[in-house]
Design a binder for this molecule. Sequence first.
Ligand code: COA
Length: 166
Amino acid sequence: MDAATAIYPGSFDPITNGHLDILNRAREVFPRVVVAVANDPGKAVLFPAETRLGLVRCVLKEIGADDVEAVGFDGLLAEFARTIGARALIRGLRAVTDFEYELQMALANRRLDPDLETVFLMAEARHCFLSSSLIKEVARYGGDVSPFVPRCVADALRDAFRSSGC
Ligand code: COA
């Protein structure tokens, strides 16, 4: 187990500037941060797992974050965190509304692995309203998502909704 390694998990469907804000804050604190993309996040997704992971990698390249690894995972997060030697689990908080869900997850993960500490980082105020669902909705209706997501994600959203004809 490595106190220097933090895991930043999520469905990332897709990754947004809000996630990047949290990731960059985590990079300031932890020498090693691994972004873990859930293959089966337990919710309906727009992008398949491989695409979501590919977009995270594309974004990391776009911002020059060579120090960050991105991996996909199946099954329990706490178990996966153990396999990569992570001691800290990063979650972002945007508003009070995030708290109940996050508390539930943090307590469950603590039960599953008492050595895995959930660390909450506060989102930048200008990103507090962002969510992947909101951005997908804007993209679905042809709105400009470029203020909310990195370029490769904006391109992928445009392609996804163009090809689905929605
Ligand atoms: N900026 C912008 N948006 C943010 C954000 C931020 N800082 N932080 C969270 N969000 C949004 C996401 O876009 C997403 O929005 P959406 O619901 O519209 O898609 C939502 O908040 C939460 O997404 P995310 O942070 O990706 O988490 P998640 O809830 O989708 O992922 C897992 C949860 C994958 C970490 C969790 O389900 C998991 O651990 N799964 C593995 C199985 C397991 O171990 N289960 C037991 C867990 S106790």
